[in-house]
Design a protein around this ligand. Structure first.
Ligand code: FAD
Ligand code: NAD
Length: 396
C-alpha cells in the first residue's frame, strides 16, 4: 500500500503547531506531509495591531516558515488555496492541485462585515501582513495630505469599528503612535480624533466589568473617544454613518467588528454557522472522518453549550490534538477527545498597560503588560526555541 498523504492548509497558529507535532511524531516513511500557505512566512496574528498602527515593525511580526519546520520531513508549498473538494479528496490551488488522504484545514477566519454596505470597499481590516502594511502607510499618508489641504479634518479623524479585543488593542497602539506622527508632520495633537465605535453598551462585551472600565479609562486618557451602544450602519468614501443618523467624516476606517469562517469552508459544502464548522470531539468535520478543522474555522462548545471564542490559544491546543489524532488514525489507534484548557486572557492597552484574567485573578497595568510579553515569548519558544526568542522577543 502507498504512503498516506497528509495535507495541512494554512501555516498560522493551528497549522504550524500541527505540522511541528506531526514532524516530531511520524516515523520515517509513515506519511507524506504537505503544508500549504499563501506566503513563505508565518505571521504572529496576535501582534498585527502593532505594525498596523506603526508601533512595531513588520519584521518582528513574521518568521520564515523554513525556520519553523524541517523541510526534509515536510513539503512546504507556497500557494493560495482556491477550493476544497472533500468528495474528491482534492485541493485546488492557484497553480495546481493536491490530493490527500487526511486533510487539516487551518486557514484562519475572515472579517465579518454583517452585510454592512460599503465596508468591503471603504474599510481596512487587520488580518495579514499585507493588510497591516496598507493600514500603516494609509495613516501616514493622511498626515502628509493634511498638511497639503486646508481644513481637511477628515484626514486626521480615525474611526475604528468594533471595541472587541482587536479594536481595543489597535486603538491603544494608534493612540500611542499619534503623538509621534504629530511631531513628525507638524500637526497639533489636539486636532486629531480617534473614535472607537461599538454596537454593544460597553467595550469588550462579556468581559469582567471592572477590567472593561479600567481599559476604557486608560484609553480615554490616551485620547480615544468612545461611542458605545451605537452601530455603524454604513461606510462610505467619506466616513461612517451610525444607526443614530450621525455621520463621522474620516479618511481612515478600520473595521474590527468581528470575524467569521473562511468562505472556502462554506463553498466546500460543509454545514456551517457563520462560516465555521461545529467539529466532532476529535476535531473532524461530521460526515468526513479524514477532514480536520482547527482554529478560527472550527466551532467548539464549552461545557455550558456556548462556543469558545476563536483565539490563538485554542488554535494551538487544537493543532497539538489534531496532529495526535491524524497519527492515531494512520496507526489505527484510538483518537483523543479535544478538551480546551483555558490559560486566561490578556490584552495589551499600548505601552506599559494591559488587562488580564488568569483563573480567578485579574491584573491591570504594568503587570498585565509584562504578562502579555511572557505569553508572547512562550509562543516564540514553543514554535522556534530560544533562537527565535532572542531574534524576535520584545524584552523592553
Ligand atoms: P491564522 O493564524 O489566521 O492562520 C491562517 C493561515 O492561513 C495564515 O498563515 C494565512 O496566510 C493562511 N491562509 C489564509 N488563506 C489562505 C489561502 N487561501 N491559501 C493559502 N494560505 C492561506 N488570540 C489570542 O489567543 N490571544 C491574543 O492576544 C490575540 N490577539 C489578537 C490580536 C489581533 C490584532 C487579532 C486580529 C487577533 C488576535 N487573536 C488573539 C486571535 C488569533 O490571532 C486567531 O484566533 C488565530 O490567529 C487563529 O489561528 P488560525 O490557525 O485559525 O489562523
Ligand atoms: P469580536 O467579535 O470579539 O468583537 C467585535 C466587536 O465589534 C463586538 O464587540 C461587536 O459588538 C462590535 N460590532 C459588531 N458590529 C458592529 C457595528 N455594526 N458597529 C459597531 N460595532 C460593531 O472580534 P475581534 O475583536 O476581532 O476578536 C476576534 C477573536 O479574536 C475573539 O475571539 C477575540 O477573543 C480574539 N482576540 C483576542 C485577543 C486577546 O486575547 N488579546 C486580541 C484580539 C482578538
Amino acid at each position: 500500500s502507498s504512503i498516506p498523504k497528509i495535507v495541512i492548509l494554512g501555516a498560522g497558529y493551528g497549522g504550524i503547531l500541527t505540522a511541528q507535532r506531526l514532524q516530531k511524531e511520524l516515523k520515517y516513511n509513515e506519511a507524506d506531509v504537505t503544508l500549504v500557505n499563501r506566503h513563505d512566512y508565518h505571521y504572529i496574528t496576535t501582534h498585527l495591531h502593532m505594525p498596523a498602527a506603526g508601533t512595531d515593525s513588520i519584521e518582528n511580526t513574521r518568521i520564515p516558515i523554513s525556520n519553523l519546520i524541517d523541510e526534509f520531513k515536510i513539503d512546504l508549498v507556497k500557494s493560495s488555496v482556491q477550493e476544497i473538494r472533500p468528495q474528491e479528496k482534492k485541493i485546488i490551488l492557484e497553480d495546481g492541485t493536491l490530493s490527500y488522504d487526511y486533510l487539516v484545514i487551518a486557514l484562519g477566519g475572515e472579517p465579518e462585515s454583517f452585510g454592512i454596505p460599503g465596508l468591503a470597499e471603504h474599510a481596512m481590516s487587520i488580518r495579514s501582513i499585507n493588510s497591516v502594511r496598507l493600514i500603516r502607510k494609509h495613516i501616514e499618508y493622511q498626515f502628509a495630505q493634511y498638511k497639503n489641504e486646508r481644513n481637511a479634518q477628515e484626514r486626521i479623524n480615525f474611526v475604528v469599528g468594533g471595541a472587541g479585543f482587536s479594536g481595543i488593542e489597535f486603538v491603544a497602539e494608534l493612540a500611542d503612535r499619534i503623538p509621534k506622527l504629530c511631531k513628525e508632520y507638524d500637526v497639533d495633537p489636539h486636532h486629531v480624533n480617534i473614535y472607537n465605535i461599538e454596537a454593544a453598551p460597553t467595550a469588550l462585551p462579556g468581559f469582567a466589568p471592572e477590567l472593561v472600565d479600567y481599559a476604557m479609562e486608560v484609553l480615554r486618557k490616551k485620547g480615544v473617544t468612545f461611542k458605545m451602544g451605537v452601530a455603524i450602519k454604513e461606510c462610505t468614501n467619506e466616513g461612517v454613518l451610525l444607526a443614530t443618523g450621525e455621520e463621522i467624516k474620516a479618511a481612515t476606517v478600520v473595521w474590527t467588528g468581528g470575524i467569521r469562517g473562511n468562505h472556502m469552508i462554506e463553498a466546500a459544502g460543509f454545514e456551517t454557522m457563520r462560516g465555521r464548522v461545529k467539529v466532532d470531539e476529535h476535531l473532524r468535520v461530521p460526515g468526513y472522518e479524514n477532514v480536520f478543522i482547527i482554529g478560527d474555522n472550527s466551532l467548539v462548545l464549552n461545557p455550558e453549550g456556548r462556543p469558545y471564542p476563536p483565539t490563538a490559544q485554542i488554535a494551538m491546543q487544537q493543532g497539538v490534538c489534531c496532529a495526535q489524532n491524524v497519527v492515531a488514525m494512520i496507526r489505527k489507534q484510538q483518537l483523543k477527545k479535544f478538551i480546551f484548557s483555558n490559560k486566561g486572557t490578556v490584552a495589551s492597552l499600548g505601552k506599559g498597560e494591559g488587562i488580564a484574567v488568569v483563573g480567578q485573578k485579574v491584573l491591570t497595568g504594568w503587570s498585565a503588560a509584562q504578562l502579555k510579553k511572557i505569553v508572547d515569548m512562550r509562543y516564540l519558544l514553543t514554535i522556534g526555541g530560544i533562537t527565535l526568542v532572542l531574534k524576535k522577543g520584545r524584552f523592553l
